[in-house]
Ligand binder design. Structure first.
Ligand code: SF4
Ligand code: SF4
Length: 439
């Protein structure tokens, strides 16, 4: 196993605005990775633990958690700008606004080209199907599409990293293909081509800065759906229906269906596959895989957001309404993968799909690099945890008593942080615990 990353190696897509945060601990309670502490009355994210699920962003009542996205100013450094929207974007405007219109409206915002990522999803998954059929050996392959799930596996289910399908995510494949094509067609250097993702979540923003493998990301920036939504509505209202020689929208309903949970499984058409969405459900299913309970499943699609990307924290539409819109598009554009009708698939020949390097675990750093000291610290942690009141109130700034005990042993918190031990009848135990710690 590779050593755990240090905080400076990891970049996340959120920041805390300290002037807005009042230390209410709502985010601590929502965080599934126990990655937030309140210290000095202000929330802080522990970068080595955060999986970028965005749960904290959803619940913060004071809007103190801010996604760090690309600014329009950042885009000016590129000579040629391509926008690559998540299929979830098509579901945000209702069933009467066609994907072609949405892509056209994106051009109105100043992009030189709009690329239909839903089409790449179809393309990739026709190859994924072949890969699974040739390589299945008794354990399910896990989808590489949701970066929050990949990071969750790297951190908390390290033994499952080898089950993550060794494919690049469709957004990365599309970005790589776009740069190649634009350079070939227009002679523009790849460094001058900016590919910007329109994302439903923080996880994809973070995966750009901190890819799960040693390979760099092919994307150059990302904007949240909620950031472009207002401008897109305006552009959609003003736009004249423009007939293009080559339509921007290329995918069938199957590609658009990747915007919601079950889209990958439907595109694969492998009966022994399973789609799961939501933080708790994903945790539980990964535990089942770890215990060897999913041996009869060949492919496991997991998405951290409820309902899939249409439930992402940066979307604007109610996810049930968005799902309905996707169902309408499936009726209209069909379920059959467009790619099945095509013969000239250069992307296959260029071998863009497979990962060049392995996804590795990124375990949380051990208590000590010296094994015997680490064992001693584990014992101390258990002893401290037993002495804490077990109320899991989060008033100490940690999510629960067990985590406070861990923080104390790592030197990030003190026994006095427990308000019950400090002020209650058990106050005398602090001195005793301190003596134990010294020993
Ligand atoms: S993004 Fe998710 S894992 Fe990271 S701090 Fe927020 S709730 Fe926790
Ligand atoms: S389910 Fe989709 S929107 Fe949510 S974190 Fe994963 S990739 Fe992002």
């Amino acid at each position: 196993m590779v050593p755990g990353p240090t905080a400076k190696d990891i970049h996340h897509a959120l920041r805390i605005d300290e002037s807005r945060c009042n230390g209410c601990v709502e985010c601590i309670k929502a965080c599934p990775a126990k990655a937030i502490r309140v210290r000095g009355g202000v929330a802080r994210v522990l970068p080595e633990r955060c999986i970028d699920c965005g749960e904290c962003f959803r619940v913060c009542p004071r809007r103190a958690i801010i996604p760090v996205t690309t600014t329009y100013m950042d885009l000016t450094r590129f000579k040629y700008k391509v926008v690559l929207p998540s299929p979830a974007l098509y579901s945000q405007f209702g069933p009467n606004t066609m994907p072609e219109s949405v892509l056209g409206a994106l051009l109105e915002l100043g992009f030189d080209h709009a690329y239909d990522k839903a089409f790449t999803c179809e393309l990739v998954f026709s190859d994924v199907k072949k890969f699974i059929e040739e390589n299945y050996s008794g354990d399910p392959f896990i989808s590489p599409v949701c970066p929050a799930v990949t990071r969750l596996i790297q951190l908390m289910f390290p033994d499952l990293t080898e089950l993550i399908l060794p494919f690049r995510a469709p957004r990365e494949i599309a970005a790589k293909a776009i740069k190649f094509d634009v350079h070939k067609r227009l002679g523009i250097e790849e460094s001058e081509i900016g590919v910007i993702h329109i994302t439903p979540c923080l996880a994809k923003l973070a995966a750009m800065a901190n890819p799960p493998t040693e390979e760099r990301s092919f994307l150059d920036g990302a904007l949240g759906i909620s950031e472009v939504y207002g401008s897109l509505l305006g552009a959609l209202k003003d736009s004249k229906t423009e007939k293009r020689d080559q339509p921007l929208h290329r995918s069938s309903g199957a590609g658009i269906n990747f915007g919601r949970s079950g889209g990958e499984v439907a595109a694969l058409g492998i009966e022994a596959s399973l789609a799961v969405s939501g933080v708790k459900e994903t945790f539980n299913i990964l535990k089942a895989v770890e215990r060897g309970k999913l041996k009869d499943i060949k492919y496991l699609e997991c998405q951290i957001c409820p309902g899939g990307c249409i439930g992402g924290p940066l979307t604007v539409q109610n996810r049930y309404i968005a799902s309905n819109t996707i169902s309408s598009f499936i009726k209209l554009f069909g379920r059959k993968l467009k790619v099945e009708e095509m013969t000239d698939l250069e992307e296959y020949e260029r071998n863009y799909f497979r990962l060049a390097s392995k996804i590795r675990p990124q375990a949380i750093p051990a208590l000590d690099s010296d094994t015997s000291l680490a064992i001693g610290k584990m014992r101390l942690r258990e002893q401290i945890a037993r002495s804490l009141p077990g109320k899991n109130c989060a008033a100490c700034g940690a999510p629960d008593c067990k985590t406070l005990a861990d923080d104390i042993v790592r030197g990030h918190a003190s026994i006095e942080d427990c308000i019950f031990l400090k002020s209650g009848p058990a106050g005398g135990r602090i001195a005793e615990l301190k003596r134990t710690r010294k020993r």
